[in-house]
Design a protein around this ligand. Structure first.
Ligand code: Z5A
Length: 213
């Protein structure tokens, strides 16, 4: 019937600082949905497997240098090169649990001092998430969850600036959910599950795909 025709998966995004617990929550949400026979998969950005992704990975591991504008555009290009596949997966009915996306792209570059509107521009026209879970954590607490590694950006002073940018990007359009990332892993997960199910249901009922604006 027409409902089946328009039925699609949901785009569920997790954002937050390094060590906020995104990966742990994505994995648990995938297990939960799979258990309930809801088709789902995890996507993460940057996708380090593509040609662009390899350039990003080399930059993050400090094996190469790029100016701030160039790396910003590469992160965006890494989303654009997956846009078509993302749309196809969603339209096939698969829910995508995504670990970082445009908001990380904008927050990290704006934290370096790049113009906010300039940072947002290359994201316009990408597929927009149906729900965004921002795992909110004081940067000092995140830093305490183990030694920062050797990657670029893994410094407390910079993470503080990024946190400020994330808080600026949130709005009250109903898609953003601020989650207290200091709670226990299971409690956070239950909260995310409760908020995700109605979103997935709406998408299955044919809610239109959204574009980043
Ligand atoms: N970046 C960018 O600049 N522009 C862009 O467009 C994009 C990204 C997409 C990629 O990092 C870097 O690129 C990133 C942003 C930038 N730089 N930084 N910072 P990545 O994706 O490779 O790494 P990450 O996202 O920062 O992942 P992470 O370090 O793995 O963090 P996480 O996924 O949020 O956390 P986790 O692995 O689930 O948990 C971390 C630890 O905390 C672990 O030991 C857990 O067991 C523990 N944990 C998790 N939850 C809890 C709770 N609730 N309580 C206590 N302990 C917990």
């Amino acid at each position: 019937g027409s409902a089946a025709f328009s039925s699609r998966g949901a785009f569920i995004l997790l954002e937050g600082l390094d060590r906020s617990g995104k990966t742990s929550q994505c994995e648990r949400l995938l297990a939960f949905l799979t258990d309930r026979q809801i088709p789902a998969e995890i996507w993460r950005y940057p996708d380090r497997r593509t040609t662009v992704g390899k350039m990003i990975s080399s930059y993050l591991s400090k094996k190469s240098e790029l100016d701030d504008a160039t790396i910003h555009l590469l992160f965006a290009a890494n989303r654009w090169e997956k846009r078509e596949e993302m749309e196809a997966r969603l339209r096939s009915g698969c829910t995508l649990i995504v670990d970082r996306y445009s908001f990380s792209g904008i927050a990290f570059s704006a934290a370096k001092g790049l113009d906010l509107d300039w940072c947002k521009a290359p994201e316009v026209g990408l597929i927009a998430p149906d729900a965004i879970f921002y795992l909110q954590i004081p940067p000092e607490i995140a830093a305490g969850r183990g030694q920062y590694g050797e990657e670029r950006y893994e410094r407390l002073s910079f993470q503080k600036l990024v946190a400020k940018q994330f808080e600026n990007l949130m709005n009250d359009d109903g898609r953003w959910h601020v989650i207290d990332a200091q709670k226990g892993i299971d409690e956070i997960q239950r909260h995310i599950q409760e908020l995700s199910l109605p979103v997935i249901e709406r998408c299955h009922q044919g809610a239109p795909l959204l574009d980043m604006r």
